[in-house]
Design a binder for this molecule. Structure first.
Ligand code: ASP
Length: 349
């Protein structure tokens, strides 16, 4: 009798356990299938910085140059991805192209530090294994993204800075240039304006200073093999001092990639993006809450960051090629491409 009762209790416990695990399985399945669509063959999304980008402040000629360069960047990435090339190559090539353009605050066209120099940061990350490479505060590497990639591929470290990063880049065969290569008239003027304001004791937070122009560049790609790679490159913030490093080379803040969730590249007021681990937070919300990339990006950029006073935006994509281009500033240079679909935009719609 005693034995029978024990047996019955055992059967009851086993069956309730089985039921619970079925429930758990179905709820997690529900979560992971809720937002899934068919995987597109490949996809890529880019940004050229967020900020007070308003049509009324833009000349026709400037607007056309931005649109043309963003389109060129999309074509470059698509030609790698459509032939079955890797997301790593697509992101590197696209960011190189944007670094070479004086339009963006990355590579040529980087903003000036308070000391009148150009110090650049960049990072790149693979979604397949979370391998990552980043460099901070380099002054003579023509394409900082190539140095970040060398850190990813050929070093046991993740982030190298200053002269050490420059030495490593040179040893790895990256193209080196004289620091004067990065100097542009436009960015010199921005530094002069920033210094003049500072000298006048103008520290108040105005609409303009709050939504400063962040011209960082970023790219996230999904290749035919299903791998996501994200990368970001910047000159940082105008008038920065003390070897300030922003979010762009910080994995989890400026850049993050995980094939299981998404890839993200950020642009904006770096200090906030570091404090709130913006790129990682978006991926984590997708994983823990089972929400879509669009919902996760909105929660972080439009709710959390706005509440905290952090301006900027992100671009990203998930493993099916769903795209997000979310920003809380008046504009963000941005675009994406998938087979048979492309978009380039500047202002808020
Ligand atoms: N996030 C960059 C930084 O803080 C700036 C930018 O996005 O333009 O260095």
């Amino acid at each position: 009798m005693k034995y029978n009762i024990l047996l019955l209790i055992g059967i009851f416990l086993l069956s309730s356990c089985h039921q619970n695990s079925e429930n758990a399985a179905s709820s997690s399945e529900h979560k992971s299938t809720k937002h899934s669509v068919e995987k597109v063959e490949y996809a890529m999304v880019i940004h050229g910085g967020a900020g007070t980008i308003l049509k009324k402040n833009m000349t026709e000629e400037m607007e056309q140059s931005y649109v043309a360069t963003l389109n060129e960047a999309l074509d470059t990435g698509a030609s790698v991805l459509s032939k079955g090339g890797s997301a790593l190559d697509a992101v590197t090539e696209v960011i190189k192209l944007m670094e070479d353009s004086p339009l963006f605050n990355a590579g040529k066209g980087s903003v000036f530090t308070n000391a009148g120099t150009n110090e650049m940061d960049a990072s790149i990350m693979m979604g397949i294994d979370q391998n990552a490479g980043a460099i901070g505060g380099v002054t003579n590497v023509k394409n900082p993204i190539t140095a970040a990639r060398k850190v990813l591929e050929n070093s046991e470290h993740v982030l190298l800075t200053g002269q050490g990063a420059e030495l490593f880049a040179e040893q790895q065969g990256c193209e080196m240039v004289d620091p004067s290569y990065f100097s542009t008239e436009r960015r010199l003027k921005s530094l002069e304006r920033a210094k003049a304001k500072e000298n006048m004791g103008f520290h108040e937070e105005t609409e303009e200073s709050k939504h400063f122009k962040y011209g960082t560049v970023g790219c996230v790609a999904l290749d035919k093999a299903g791998n996501i790679v994200a990368g970001t490159s910047t000159g940082g913030m105008t008038n920065k001092r003390y070897n300030r490093v922003g979010d762009s080379p910080i994995i989890g803040a400026g850049t993050y990639a995980d094939n299981a969730t998404c890839g993200i590249s950020s642009t904006g007021h770096g200090e906030y993006f570091i404090r709130y681990a913006v790129a990682y937070d978006i991926a984590a919300r997708m994983e823990y809450k089972g929400i879509s990339i669009e919902e996760a990006a909105k929660e972080v950029v439009m709710e959390k960051l706005v509440k905290k006073g952090g301006s900027g935006g992100v671009v990203g994509l998930d493993s099916n090629g769903n795209i997000t281009m979310t920003f809380n500033t008046p504009g963000m240079y941005r675009g994406y491409i998938k087979p048979g679909e492309r978009q380039v935009k500047i202002y808020k719609e």
